[in-house]
Write a protein that binds this ligand. Structure first.
Ligand SMILES: Cc1cc2nc3c(=O)[nH]c(=O)nc-3n(C[C@H](O)[C@H](O)[C@H](O)COP(=O)(O)OP(=O)(O)OC[C@H]3O[C@@H](n4cnc5c(N)ncnc54)[C@H](O)[C@@H]3O)c2cc1C
Length: 391
């Protein structure tokens, strides 16, 4: 089989790429190794309404499990900071519906999908990619001019194309989550819990859905004394008020790449979403960024195909576009991440005392200067300021 563009992976990145490419009249096939698009999820399913709107991304109402007003943050001792108001509204999605809807939109534009079809290898031949696939019909090949690697955090496409996509193990958060029914937490907010005994170098979360909630945590192995799973069980045991009548109805786990690499394109290949490790390095959210990267990749692909130039140099315009939009912000967020990793529980308590919801929103937007001013003004916070300034 031959095709202009092959998209490997039908997560949010793959289906958004397929929709954009097909809508530009580019012949597109998407292959997805799982038998069902969107399931099982490896995700807490939270997205910011504002970020989706900014990109003009429409979510089908059936793909929204709950609309959220904001977030409540908890210090290790239980002090709360509420973040709500402009820009804080969001959705907790039902990913298996959300992703199937995205795929249906791509199909409407003319993309073809093959599920339970796995890419097993790819080699470069006469300026095209020969991709080996395996599905219920056996083994086959697809020859493509352009391959979009949308195969998520365990991406092989980048490695097959000779890109250096591997990060240090210390740059991956281990995430574990129960979807639980019977959780007693305010359903208007997502809830985030901090502390080195709660989730070392990460946080625990409760994201309310229609009749259940995603309850999970992400940790960095280097700060952990036990498995992420053990921290999650401990978190649930320690919050009897929230979980005494709750039981799991699904278990999910997965890695979140919280660092970045350069080189998102090779000859005839572009990596999008988690395959290019584009998640927000502070909260690990990657759905919207994944879709945004695909919009950019499709824009560059359209021009490059017209010019019949799919060289790495040409396709690297995609990375340049990405960097223009995100590089500065990501670098600030990486600095903030390294600061947060130095915090002890007493520092979280201090931050809960001095920061308002609005301040934390500014922090998540990588607007850091106000934060430094606030830290430096109060002598009792000098220790924290030093931690921030020291790399
Ligand atoms: C525990 C946890 C909680 C999270 N919570 C959030 C959250 O609340 N909000 C948020 O925005 N982000 C969250 N994330 C991150 C988010 O899930 C990802 O950033 C997002 O899914 C990236 O989309 P993607 O399309 O790039 O990759 P994926 O969604 O991983 O999709 C990749 C697809 O490629 C397929 N695939 C892989 N290899 C092959 C192959 N060889 N052949 C064919 N198909 C293949 C996979 O089956 C998969 O369907 C969370 C992640 C974890 C682990």
């Amino acid at each position: 089989m031959e095709v202009e563009c092959l998209v490997i992976g039908a997560g949010p990145a793959g289906s958004m790429a397929a929709k954009e490419l097909a809508s530009k009249g580019i012949e597109t096939i998407v292959i997805e190794k799982r038998q069902e698009i969107g399931a099982p999820k490896r995700c807490a399913e939270g997205v910011s309404k504002h970020s989706l709107e900014k990109l003009g991304i429409k979510v089908h109402e059936l793909g929204i499990a709950r609309t959220i007003k904001g977030a409540v943050l908890y210090s290790p001792s239980g002090k709360k900071v509420v973040m709500e108001g402009q820009g804080m509204e969001g959705y907790v999605l039902e990913r298996k519906v959300f992703e199937k809807y995205l795929a249906s939109e791509a199909i409407k534009e003319g993309a073809r999908y093959m599920v339970k079809t796995q890419a097993t290898d790819m080699v470069r031949e006469n300026g095209r990619w020969r991709v080996s696939i395996k599905n219920l019909d056996g083994e086959d090949e697809i020859i493509a001019n352009l391959v979009i690697g949308a195969d998520g955090v365990e991406s092989k496409v980048g490695r097959w194309a000779g890109l250096k996509t591997l990060n240090r193990l210390t740059d991956y958060h281990s995430g574990i989550q129960f979807e639980m029914a019977g959780v007693n937490a305010d359903e208007n907010y997502i809830h985030l819990f901090f502390g080195n005994e709660v989730a070392p170098l990460g946080y625990a979360w409760i994201f309310p859905k229609a009749f259940s909630a995603n309850v999970g945590l992400g940790i960095l192995e280097k700060g952990a004394k036990m498995r992420a799973y053990d921290y999650l069980k401990k978190f649930i045991e320690e919050h009897e008020d929230i979980f005494k009548n709750a039981s799991p109805i699904e278990i999910n786990s997965g890695g979140v790449p919280v660092a970045h690499f350069t080189g998102m394109a090779a000859d005839g290949v572009m990596l999008v979403g988690d395959a290019a490790q584009l998640v927000n390095p502070i909260h690990g959210g990657g759905i919207v960024r994944a879709m945004h990267s695909s919009i950019m990749a499709a824009e560059v692909a359209e021009q490059a195909l017209k010019e019949k130039n799919l060289s790495k140099e040409r396709l690297m315009e995609y990375e340049n576009m990405w960097n223009e939009e995100y590089e500065e912000k990501t670098n600030k967020l990486l600095k903030l991440r390294s600061f947060l990793e130095k915090l002890e529980d007493k520092d979280f308590e201090l931050l809960a005392d001095i920061l308002e919801g609005e301040d934390i929103f500014q922090l998540t937007q990588a607007k850091l200067s106000f934060f430094l001013k606030k830290l430096i003004k109060r002598p009792s916070l000098l220790g924290l300021a030093t931690k921030y300034l020291r790399d």
